[in-house]
Design a protein around this ligand. Structure first.
Ligand code: FMN
Length: 415
């Protein structure tokens, strides 16, 4: 797998730098050529002589080295490689990468590259958990940087927790995965995703809404797109950028959403993550409602169309896989089971949206996946409870399940 591959390994200034010596050995044993940049910090932990001996090449450290700029400039260094690996990726290097700083050879090569980048973070548990590091990590992931580790365990500093660099064999596996062509298990399939709240007008300036942010639906649309699907996202009003490569239809009310959903059929997969308002105002004012001496204007509520049930029960154009979301504040699994039966969909993703969970509007989600793969009539329901995850990871996991259910394939492994 590694034969003929060229790796540019950047060794940062962390205790785990000693493991990078073993990493060089393993990468070379697999057939890769390894060229190394040792940062000034990295040079405090391992010697250039060890790195040069193991890599069988000279070690690059200085940005302003006229000889090297003539022989092998920083741009050529980064472009000559098939993959850049940063191990250990210190908090400092991650921060510089996330912000595009380039004040030494390593960070300049990282900014100048047009090749994939894999980082193996390693640092003290508090440095890893710090909001700044987690922000930088999210930025780097968003920029397409692959991440391996860190692992949880005893640390050199005597503390315990996540922050230990992934072991060299894990980094080698991540390198192989990063160099492999992406698997697109949903290629050729059309996926429809709904997201966000709906706004139900009371009058031209007021509306009934809910706290849905749309983040989970957007993440699912992006994950399905990354897995190769042709994705249509029908979203209620949200404060998010449209995901790249996805056809986005912006709507306001439940009735608009149903119209756009129906217009998007046929699809192979429909995922209804939107928090659609159950009711709308029957007597919405055509003009702004005024305060009167008679008191509050009475608002009559009528039921909105049930998008999930409508699409699940179609006889013509029913998508082969229909997935609903159940946002509940009590009796989560029981309510989700009942919803699965009532709506006629195939799977339900149940999540607890009680205020204490911070799910509505937050970045994390705790979900339970209820499936009946024996068709809409099957009563054999399987419940899987997932650990607390970021909404992007929930999306990746869900897309992986969809891929293996529909095609038997799974998407590119997340690092
Ligand atoms: C003994 C010692 C161990 C350190 N270990 C780590 C570490 O594991 N991870 C980390 O992010 N920083 C660690 N640091 C701090 C970094 O060395 C420091 O932030 C340095 O500027 C990083 O350099 P770099 O950007 O070349 O990686 C350590 C510092 C010392 C003195």
């Amino acid at each position: 797998m590694l034969s003929g591959k060229r790796i540019l390994l950047i060794i940062g200034g962390g205790i785990a730098a000693y493991k990078s010596l073993d990493l060089i050995r393993r990468l070379r044993a697999g057939g890769a050529t390894v060229r190394c940049i040792l940062t000034a910090g990295g040079g405090q932990f391992v010697t250039p002589l060890s790195v040069a001996s193991l890599s069988g090449d000279k070690v690059y450290s200085e940005l302003f080295d006229l000889m090297n700029e003539a022989e092998m400039g920083h741009i050529q260094l980064s472009r000559d490689a098939d993959l850049l690996v940063v191990a250990p990726a210190t908090a400092d290097l991650m921060a510089k990468m996330a912000h595009g700083l380039c004040d030494d050879l390593a960070t300049t090569a990282l900014l100048a590259t047009d090749k994939p980048v894999l980082i193996a973070p390693a640092m003290n548990v508090r440095m890893w958990g710090h909001a700044a590091t987690q922000r930088n990590l999210a930025t780097l992931r968003g920029d397409g940087v692959a991440v391996v580790g860190p692992n949880e365990g005893d640390m050199a500093c005597g503390e315990y927790g996540p922050g230990r660099m992934a072991e060299p064999d894990e980094i080698v596996a991540a390198v192989i995965s990063a160099l492999s062509p992406p698997v697109k298990p949903l290629a050729g399939l059309r996926a429809l995703v709904t997201s966000g709240p709906t706004h139900e007008p009371i009058d031209p300036v007021r509306y009934i809404a809910n706290r849905s942010s749309g983040k989970q639906g957007f993440a699912i649309a992006a994950a399905a797109q990354a897995a190769g699907a042709d994705v249509i996202l029908v979203t209620g009003p949200v404060d998010l950028d449209d995901p790249a490569g996805v056809a986005v239809k912006h709507v306001e009310s439940a009735r608009d959403m149903l119209e756009q959903v129906e217009a998007s059929l046929p699809v192979d997969i429909a995922i209804f993550a939107a928090a659609v308002a159950d009711w709308r105002v029957a007597n919405a004012g055509e003009q702004k409602l005024k305060k009167t001496a008679a008191g509050m204007p009475p608002l009559q509520l009528v039921e909105n169309p049930d998008i999930l049930a409508t699409i699940s029960k179609l006889s013509d154009k029913r998508p082969p896989l229909v997935i609903g979301f159940a946002a509940e504040t009590e009796h989560l699994i029981d309510n989700a089971r009942a919803k699965l039966a009532r709506k006629g969909c195939d799977w339900i993703v149940a999540n607890d949206v009680s205020p204490a969970t911070g799910v509505m509007g937050g970045d994390r989600n705790t979900v339970h996946l209820l499936t009946r793969d024996g068709g809409a009539a099957s009563t054999d329901i399987k419940v899987e409870s997932w650990p607390v995850m970021g909404k992007e990871q929930v999306a990746t996991e869900l897309v992986a399940r969809i891929a293996s259910s529909l095609t038997g394939k799974t998407p590119e492994k997340t690092l």
